[in-house]
Design a protein around this ligand. Sequence first.
Ligand code: TXA
Ligand code: MG
Length: 326
Amino acid sequence: MKTKILKPSAKSISQAAKILCAGGLVAFPTETVYGLGANALNAKAVSKIFKAKGRPSDNPLIVHVSSIEQVPSLVKKIPNNAKVLMNKFWPGPLTLVLSKSPEIPKIVTAGLDSVAIRMPAHKVALELIRAVGFPLAAPSANLSTTPSPTNALHVFEDLHDRISLILDGGSVRIGVESTVLDLTGRTPTILRPGAVTLEQLRKVLGKVKVHKAVHGVKSKVAKVKSPGLKHKHYSPKAKVLLFTGARAKALAKIRKEKSALEKQGFKAGIISISSPKALAKSVFKKFREFDTQGVHFILVAGVEEKGIGFAVMNRLKRAASKEIKA
Ligand code: TXA
Ligand code: MG
């Protein structure tokens, strides 16, 4: 299948809408990462997403809407805290897990009783959802296990023989995937940290928990509640070594480790961006660039685990084969 990359325009968006209406797949930009969309209400269309990505069928998808009015038919009930969050953070990088209505095919939620929903803050994504008139199920538009795509070329690298159209909205604004917040239990619980931060959510909701699987605790319950967390993710081919602790010390250790590795004949790359926001924006891109260069080890300096730093460190810890404390 030949893959076209088109700049967003009225014409290309209507072409994309046509493909989606016929049960096909289209990759499109959002503010977080690129998504691979299909009609969320069409099980057969959604099954193509799993096939194209090589995604395990037990990992559910996020349903993307273009307005809050689309939500009631997708869920059993909208709790009050969900209404408050939608009004405050949508469109934006916050995904809400609510109990699903029968409208949503089982394949979308991997058989769970809940469904994850978000309204992306990106003009092209919103125009596309409006043009088709149905919600789009869309995971990140990468092959399962590779880093999420933050520009159209990344999508092309991974999926070029598997999808027919990529809408090219340039580089994304945020660079890490949305915050996933489960509202089906008694206390709102973060299943995946993102750009809508724990601190922001606590300000609005009061009590908010972080699921223990986010901290890397593996348990049966964790797997059931948050299937995405049990799968390996975000990993480049190179081995990632994460250096945490006092920054100056971590940087000194990184330099030492790099020269030690190079003496042994390995290629090593360094990521030492200190601003958590800037690191979020470029970490997946750097991973891909180093892989293209055939780097064996990527040495990364960690950042403080607060604000968006919590999200970036979550991705780095999951990609890292080793954490070295300075
Ligand atoms: O920023 C994003 O969220 C991007 C863009 C494209 O919107 N999408 C994205 O999708 O990252 P994906 O499929 O790569 O990640 C979806 C995450 C997974 O961790 C999945 O397990 C979780 O959301 N998820 C989806 N439905 C769920 C549900 N019903 N209960 C718990 N977790 C769910
Ligand atoms: Mg993904």
